[in-house]
Design a protein around this ligand. Structure first.
Ligand code: HEM
Length: 352
C-alpha cells in the first residue's frame, strides 16, 4: 500500500523508472512466499492437466483459490494466467485483502469495546450471549449457531461503521467514452476519471444513524432481540406469526454484519462488494467469542485514538490491553496436541 500511495505521486512517464525501485519490498515479500507456494502450484497445474486428459485419473481437485484461478484461466482462454509464477504472485493481493482488513477490524472492535464505559455492559452482554449459544450447541460452533450471535454481530458492525479504516469506498474508473453524467446533481465526469463514495460521511450522518459519533455495540441487535422476544411470547400464548411480523423479522435480520447497503459500506456495495465478508463474519465472531468467554478484559479509561493516513484510518497497532484467563475453560474441545499447547499458552495472567 505504501508503494501504491507513493507511485500515485509519480508522473506516468517516470513510472517505468521509479516503480522497480519502489517495489523492491514487494519483490522481497514475493520471494519469501514463492518458495512455499510455487511447488504446490506447479504440482496442481500438472494434476489438473492430467485430469483434463485422462478421465480415469483418480484424483479429487481441491476446492480452493488455486483451482478456481486455473479453471478460470482455462475457461476464458487466458494462457498467461496459467504461468505458475503469475499465480503465486496473484496470491499476495488476495492475502492482503483478507489479512490486513481483518486485523484492523478486530483491533478496532476490541478497542471500541474495551474503551467504552463499562456501565454500558457491552462485554458482559456479549459474553452472556456467546456462552448461552455455545452451551446450547454442545460447545461446537457451526454456521447456524454463529448466526444466533446477534449482539456480537452488532458490536462488530457498529465498530466497522464508526472505526472503519476506509473513509472513501468503491473507487471506480469511468470507462464510457462519453463520461458519466449525474443529471440530478448537474455534473459529468470525463472518461478515465476516478469516482468513489464518501463512506465516512454516510456512516456519520445523523439522519441515518442516531448519535452517529457514539459507539453503540448493540445498535443493530437491541431492536431485533426485543422483537424476537415479543414474537416468542406471542407464540407461547398460542398466536400464529403473521405476515407483517415475518417481514419485520426479515428487515431486522437485514441489519447483520454481512448485509451491505447504501448506508452501510465498509465492505463496499453492489457487484464488487467484498466476497470475503461471509468468511470474515464467521472468523471474527469466533475470535471475539473465544476472548470474552475465556478471559476477563480490563476496561481502558478511554478509546485509544485511531490515526488518519490520507483517506485511511488505522488503529494504534501497538496498543495493549490487559486480560486474565478465566477459571472456567469454555473453549471448544480441540485435539489432544493442541489442547496441551493452548493450555500452556493461556495459563495465568497476561497482557496481549
Ligand atoms: C473485515 C474484513 C474485510 C473488509 C473490511 C473488507 C473490505 C473490502 C472492501 C471495501 C472491498 C471493495 C469493495 C468495492 O470496491 O466495492 C473488498 C473487496 C474484496 N475483498 Fe474484502 N474485506 C475484508 C475481508 C476480506 C477477506 C477475508 C477476503 C478473502 C478471503 C476478501 C477478499 C476480497 C476480494 C477478492 C475483493 C475484491 C472483490 C471485487 O473486486 O469484485 N476480503 N473488501
Amino acid at each position: 500500500m505504501a508503494g501504491v500511495a507513493m507511485l500515485s505521486f509519480v508522473p506516468k512517464t517516470l513510472k517505468p523508472l521509479v516503480a522497480p525501485l519502489l517495489t523492491i519490498p514487494n519483490r522481497r515479500h514475493y520471494r519469501g512466499t514463492a518458495k512455499h507456494t510455487l511447488p504446490l502450484i506447479k504440482e496442481r497445474l500438472a494434476l489438473m492437466d492430467r485430469k483434463d486428459h485422462d478421465s480415469t485419473f483418480d484424483w479429487q481437485e481441491p476446492n480452493d483459490y488455486i483451482s478456481w484461478h486455473i479453471n478460470l484461466a482455462k475457461s476464458t482462454n487466458t494462457p498467461r494466467e496459467l504461468d505458475p509464477v503469475l499465480i503465486s504472485r496473484r496470491l499476495l493481493p488476495i492475502n492482503f485483502a483478507a489479512i490486513h482488513t481483518t486485523v484492523f477490524t478486530v483491533t478496532n472492535t476490541l478497542l471500541d469495546l474495551v474503551g467504552s464505559d463499562p456501565a454500558r455492559g457491552y462485554i458482559p452482554g456479549i459474553a452472556e450471549e456467546c456462552s448461552r449459544v455455545f452451551a446450547s450447541e454442545q460447545r461446537q460452533w457451526s454456521k447456524p449457531a454463529l448466526a444466533r450471535l446477534v449482539r456480537t454481530d452488532s458490536a462488530i458492525r457498529d465498530s466497522m461503521r464508526i472505526s472503519g479504516f476506509m473513509t472513501r469506498g468503491m473507487l471506480r474508473k469511468v470507462t464510457a467514452p462519453a463520461g458519466l453524467a449525474n443529471e440530478k446533481a448537474g455534473w459529468t465526469l470525463p472518461q478515465n476519471a476516478f469516482v468513489g463514495t464518501d463512506v465516512y460521511s454516510v456512516h456519520m450522518d445523523p439522519e441515518i444513524y442516531q448519535r452517529p459519533e457514539e459507539y453503540d455495540a448493540f445498535r443493530f441487535s437491541r431492536e431485533r432481540e426485543d422483537f424476537e422476544e415479543k414474537v416468542r411470547e406471542r407464540e407461547n400464548r398460542g398466536n400464529v406469526v403473521g405476515e407483517g411480523e415475518r417481514e419485520e423479522l426479515l428487515r431486522l435480520k437485514g441489519m447483520g454484519l454481512v448485509t451491505t447497503s447504501e448506508t452501510f459500506l465498509p465492505f463496499g456495495h453492489g457487484r464488487h462488494a467484498c466476497p470475503g465478508r461471509f468468511f470474515v463474519a464467521t472468523e471474527l465472531k469466533m475470535l471475539i467469542s473465544h476472548l470474552v468467554q475465556n478471559y476477563d478484559i480490563e476496561p481502558l479509561p478511554s478509546r485509544p485514538k485511531n490515526k488518519w493516513f490520507g483517506q485511511n484510518v488505522i488503529p494504534p497497532m501497538k496498543q495493549t490491553i490487559r486480560v486474565k484467563r478465566k477459571a472456567d475453560d469454555t473453549s471448544p474441545v480441540p485435539n489432544a496436541e493442541m489442547d496441551g499447547k493452548a493450555k500452556g499458552a493461556g495459563d495465568g495472567d497476561g497482557a496481549a
